[in-house]
Design a protein around this ligand. Structure first.
Ligand code: GTP
Ligand code: MG
Ligand code: ZN
Length: 303
C-alpha cells in the first residue's frame, strides 16, 4: 500500500478521543485529528492519510459542509451536532408528555437548513391515540410534513419509516424516552464491530444515547441517533429566521399590510387574520410567538 495517498472518508461516529470513519473504499476504521483546529462532526466528509505503523488514520481536512445542525449545549455554547444531513425525523410519543414546541423548533431548523422534515409518532401500542394528540399530528401532515404512526415495541409500521428515509441521511431527534434508539435498532443494520467494542468497553448500562453514530438503513439511506436533551433547542439567530421556520406564517405573511410585518402587534396583519379565521393553527402561531420572543430576547442580550 502506498502510505502517502490521501483518501476520502466520512465521519460515522464521534468519541472523546477518536473518530470512527468510513473510507470511500468501504473500510471502517478509527482516525485521529491533526491539530486542534479541526473539529469534525458526524456526517463530515474528510480527507485522511495513513499513519505509519499504526492502525489509526489521520484526519487532515474537513471538506466544506452542505449544512450543519447546531444547538446550544449545557454551557450555552454553540455546538454542531451533525453535518451534511438531508432530513430531520422528529420522534414524538406519549409518554413522555409531548412537547410540541420542540417539534416546531426542529421543523424550523430543517426549514432554515433547506432540508426535509418528518414527524414519527412512536408507541402506538400504548393508548396515546387521544384526540388532541392526533389533531396536532394532523396539522403537521396538512402543512406537508410526512407523519408516520408506529411502534418500535410491536415493530408495526416500520416499513413506512424506511420508505420515508430511503436514500436520505436522517438524524433522529426528540425528547428523551420517545424511542429514537429503539426505532433505529429496528430499522438499521447492526452497528459495526468497532462501535460495539467501544460500547462494551465503556460498559454503558444506561440506555440513554451519549455518543453519536451513523448507521446504514436496511433498505438504503443512513440514520443518525442523537441524545434527547430536555432543553434542546436548535439555534435561531434572527427573528426573520423565525418567520422562515413556520412555512404557513411565511406564506400568509406576503399579504400583510407592512412588508416587514412581524405578525405580533401590527394592524392589518394577514397572519393574525388567518389565525382568527382558523386557516392557521392557533397552537402553531403560539409557538411562533414564543420562539419570536425568545430569539428577540437573545439578540437583546448580545447587543
Ligand atoms: N410501549 C412502548 N415502549 C417503547 C417503544 N419504543 C421504545 N419504548 C421504550 O421507551 C423507553 C425509551 O426508549 P429509547 O429508545 O431509549 O428512547 P430514546 O428516544 O432513544 O431516549 P434518549 O436516548 O434518552 O434520548 C425504553 O424503555 C423503551 O423500551 C414502543 O414502541 N412502545
Ligand atoms: Mg437514545
Ligand atoms: Zn403580519
Amino acid at each position: 500500500m502506498n502510505t502517502n495517498v490521501t483518501q476520502a472518508a466520512t465521519i460515522i461516529g464521534t468519541y472523546s478521543q477518536r473518530m470512527l470513519i468510513e473510507k470511500a473504499d468501504g473500510q471502517v476504521c478509527f482516525a485521529k485529528i491533526k491539530g486542534k483546529k479541526i473539529k469534525p462532526v458526524c456526517g463530515d466528509h474528510i480527507e485522511v492519510t495513513p499513519i505509519p505503523n499504526e492502525d489509526d488514520w489521520l484526519i487532515n481536512a474537513i471538506k466544506p459542509r452542505k449544512n450543519e445542525l447546531t444547538r446550544n449545549n449545557n454551557n450555552h455554547k454553540r455546538e454542531i451536532i451533525a453535518a451534511n444531513i438531508t432530513m430531520i425525523a422528529i420522534v414524538a410519543s406519549d409518554p413522555p408528555k409531548p412537547d410540541w414546541f420542540i417539534v416546531d423548533r426542529y421543523i424550523g431548523a430543517a426549514e432554515s437548513m433547506g432540508i426535509k422534515a418528518c414527524v414519527i409518532s412512536n408507541k402506538t401500542d400504548l393508548d396515546w391515540c387521544h384526540p388532541t394528540y392526533l389533531k396536532i399530528l394532523k396539522t403537521y401532515k396538512q402543512l406537508g410534513y410526512p407523519t408516520v404512526e408506529c411502534s418500535a415495541k410491536k415493530r408495526s409500521n416500520l416499513e413506512a419509516i424506511m420508505t420515508l428515509l430511503k436514500n436520505e441521511i436522517t438524524i433522529f431527534v426528540g425528547q428523551s424516552g420517545v424511542g429514537k434508539s429503539s426505532l433505529i435498532n429496528n430499522i438499521a443494520l447492526k452497528s459495526n464491530q468497532l462501535t460495539q467494542e467501544i460500547s462494551r468497553k465503556k460498559n454503558e448500562g444506561r440506555h440513554t444515547t451519549v455518543n453519536s453514530s451513523i448507521l446504514n438503513l436496511k433498505f438504503g439511506g443512513k440514520v443518525m441517533d442523537s441524545p434527547g436533551v430536555r432543553d434542546y433547542s436548535p439555534i435561531i439567530d434572527t427573528v426573520y429566521q423565525v418567520v422562515g421556520s413556520f412555512i404557513e406564517i411565511e406564506t400568509e405573511g406576503a399579504y400583510c399590510k407592512y412588508h416587514n410585518c412581524q405578525h405580533i402587534k401590527e394592524n392589518k396583519c394577514a397572519v393574525k387574520i388567518a389565525v382568527k379565521e382558523g386557516r392557521i393553527d392557533k397552537r402553531r402561531y403560539d409557538s411562533y410567538k414564543r420562539l419570536f420572543n425568545i430569539t428577540k430576547k437573545n439578540n437583546e442580550n448580545i447587543y
